[in-house]
Design a protein around this ligand. Structure first.
Ligand SMILES: O=C(O)CCC(=O)C(=O)O
Ligand SMILES: [Fe+2]
Length: 346
């Protein structure tokens, strides 16, 4: 059965005010499978107020759901009785309830689930390679201890560290005149192993990696879709995953300029992008080169749980990634001018 697409009401939604009773669908936050409450258990509680047609995930968080009643009076009674109070039959959790709105089909296209592959070859994106078990469990612990002993920079939702050159999020570039110094010695074994990376037919100077960004993502935090600025970094971009897994989604837009984020492309009507997704296990390394690096947006969905094949995989409390790149000192001459800031006519 196709799940009806009800969504969280916005401030301007006609039914968002909890005083209105024109909807039979409720948006309920703070309960769901991610906190051990099955849809059946939730349905049983809400059924006390009238016939429940269905319980659906409101998003991929696992903690926000939609209850669809057969009639609006039942929804109103449930909202009035349960909103903002601890619910003894749902592990004492306080439910945050509002009326939900039905989303139009055109608005639902972009975030539909993309099947997740376990191996790079299944994606068939030239230049994308994933090597599992690139570091051992002991090395992983040592790398995590090394970064945890150094100062983190707090961003809105995650923490970062920069080595070699600072990555500036405002310009999505680096200041090549401001070198911070050599990469720290704790990454030397990784750099050595990268030089033996299979599948590399690039100019070996591409591998003189001199910039490292360490990202720490708490559970549920991801990264917006982007292409690393062509003029900032050379062809090969490596990302080592530590401490926890994630999904990385790849999107190729038919119409795109280097400045436009994928959100811009979607707003302008180019929601017809190709999407593919790959599971990145901890201790694996991903290489983005060639087409994968220059023409595909990469994106980490903001999920607490991911569906991989038939399994539900919970993100761990943190994922730490080491992104290793080589700062570019000359314009990019890639084969993808529509995504390339070096080759745009201003
Ligand atoms: O966390 C990752 O694996 C990717 C990070 C990334 O894409 C970036 O820093 O540009
Ligand atoms: Fe990136």
């Amino acid at each position: 059965m196709v799940q009806p697409r009800f969504v969280r009401p916005t401030k301007s939604s006609p039914s968002s005010n909890s005083g209105e009773s024109n909807s039979s669908n409720l948006y309920v936050a703070n309960c769901g499978p991610a906190v051990g409450l099955s849809h059946d258990a939730i349905a049983a509680v809400f059924a006390a107020f009238g016939k429940v047609n269905g319980v659906y995930a409101a998003d991929e968080s696992g903690v926000r759901i939609i209850i669809s009643f057969a009639d609006p009076c039942s929804a109103k009674s449930a909202l009035e009785a349960l909103n903002g109070r601890p619910c003894p039959d749902l592990k004492g959790r306080s439910l945050h309830i509002r009326y939900s709105v039905l989303q139009l089909p055109s608005e639902t296209q972009v975030n539909d689930c993309v099947p997740v592959s376990l191996v790079d070859s299944e994606l068939n994106i030239p230049g994308l390679f994933l090597l599992p078990d690139f570091v051992s469990v002991e090395e992983e612990q040592q790398l995590l201890a090394a970064v945890d002993a150094r100062p983190w920079i707090g961003l809105a939702k995650r923490r970062v560290q920069h080595y070699g050159y600072e990555f500036c999020y405002g310009t999505r570039n680096v200041d090549t005149k401001k070198r911070l110094g050599e990469l720290p010695s704790f990454v030397s074994p990784i750099l050595e192993r990268i030089s033996l990376f299979p599948n590399l037919d690039n100019d070996p100077s591409c591998l003189d990696l001199d910039q490292l960004t360490v990202n720490e993502y708490p559970s549920g935090v991801g990264l917006s879709p982007h292409i690393d600025t062509h003029s900032a970094f050379e062809d090969c971009i490596f990302s080592l995953s530590l401490a926890g897994p994630c999904i990385m989604e790849f999107r190729r837009y038919s119409v795109s300029t280097w400045k436009a984020s994928s959100a811009d492309a979607e707003k302008s009507g180019d929601s017809s992008c190709i999407k593919k997704a790959l599971y990145l296990p901890p201790r694996s390394i991903l290489l983005l080169s060639g087409e994968a690096r220059h023409a595909w947006n990469h994106y980490i969905p903001h999920h607490k749980i991911d569906k991989v094949k038939d399994k539900v995989i919970r993100r761990s409390s943190r994922r730490v990634s080491f992104t290793l790149r080589k700062v570019r000192n000359h314009p990019c001459r890639c084969k993808y001018p529509q995504y390339c800031d070096s080759q745009q006519q201003m």
